[in-house]
Design a protein around this ligand. Structure first.
Ligand code: ZN
Length: 166
């Protein structure tokens, strides 16, 4: 049974699940999450401080969507897509064979993403970055903006690479 919580509401109000997206549609959209029945995620209820912390970042609506998805376990990393039943050959990163593409690998630990972080936050360690991404309430507003910009860049580099090398 495909998971229908990852997808997009079309202009006609119909919900299109992620697995039915064309590559073009994936490129055009940061995939939006369909809130579950009561409209709230369990994670959101557990950590209101952290998801509230990311709403105040100015000029970063794209990054906020990505960050929100990260905090709510809705990133289409290959590990998650495989668990959700998408017909992938394996759950490994397309850059690093044999390394499962978890959310952490997707955003921070993959060498292609590490390179981006080391440019935008040269003094930060990967573990620290991953911790701050999951608990953004600890960051001041300048750092939040920096993280948000980097998330945006990682997102577009990631999908750029995927579609350049299908
Ligand atoms: Zn990788």
């Amino acid at each position: 049974m495909p998971d229908r919580r990852i997808g997009l509401f079309q202009p006609n109000g119909q919900f299109l699940p992620f697995e039915n997206f064309s590559p073009k549609l994936v490129r055009q959209n940061s995939i939006l999450a369909n809130p579950n029945l009561n409209g709230q995620s369990k994670n959101a209820l557990l950590r209101p401080k952290d998801w509230l912390a990311i709403w105040s970042i100015p000029g970063s609506s794209n990054a906020i969507t990505i960050w929100w998805r990260l905090l709510h376990g809705k990133i289409p990393s290959r590990q998650r897509l495989k668990i959700l039943g998408l017909p992938l050959q394996d759950d490994c990163c397309t850059v690093c064979p044999k390394v499962p593409e978890s959310d952490a690998h997707f955003f921070v630990y993959c060498p292609s993403k590490k390179a981006i972080w080391s440019r935008t936050l040269p003094s930060a360690q990967s573990d620290e970055i991953w911790l701050n991404l999951r608990y953004p309430s600890a960051l001041d507003s300048d750092m939040k903006a920096q993280y948000a910009r980097t998330l945006s860049e990682i997102w577009s580099v990631h999908w750029g690479n995927i579609f350049a090398n299908p």
